[in-house]
Design a protein around this ligand. Sequence first.
Ligand code: ADP
Length: 243
Amino acid sequence: MPTAIRVEGLSKTFDTAAVLHDLSLDVRAGELIGLLGPSGSGKTTLLRIIAGLDFPDRGRILFGGDDATGLPVQKRAVGFVFQHYALFKHMTVADNIAYGLNARARSERPPQAEIRRRVGNLLDLIRLSGFADRYPSQLSGGQRQRIALARALAVEPRVLLLDEPFGALDAQVRKDLRRWLREIHDRTGQTTIFVTHDQDEALELSDRVAVLDKGRLEQVGTPDEVQDTPVSATVLRFLGDSI
Ligand code: ADP
């Protein structure tokens, strides 16, 4: 698979605290890659830099070979779902999903009929077809996160970025959504990077897992590789509970 996103020698310091150290990672087109690591290991910072919500001190981000390091978020064609990235309460489900398309400049906006068609397809994809006219307050937490995912997919992003998207939900809903995210991924082939501190979630969902610790990339590999041949004591310790 060709490389969709290349992270090259990324370093980031907040105040005096170094959060990312010379971190490099290739994300392949169409893969679902999980960023796994303890709290504070730099996962969210890395995701925000890939999104263009933050910028590195050193290093580059390449999208399909093009340097995107200085591009603002609006120019990156990324979709994201964060744990607390809420839906717009005053908008219907359909309008929430269409938001990114309607926010485009008129010359780049698809016609309304095309937007409606896309929203309908996405509602089918997330299995919430009858929900177009409902408001977020009429939905469960799990349904809201599915809508948030549809909203992120509506703009046909180059990459989908998920930061603990199910973190706030209870265990059973979380488990169902995991399975469902994997299913959606298999149907769409959407390149996806998701952040989690939950080993089981990363190992169950990912094509490959990238293990971070203290701002360094410890290991990247398939779930079997990182479990069977951990390259460091840190990886072994961190994955130890799930073996
Ligand atoms: P993770 O997602 O793995 O929990 P983060 O990327 O959120 O890790 O944070 C890594 C470190 O960077 C933490 O110590 C955090 O406190 C610090 N950090 C993150 N964002 C900022 C910021 N905007 N200002 C100062 N420190 C920050």
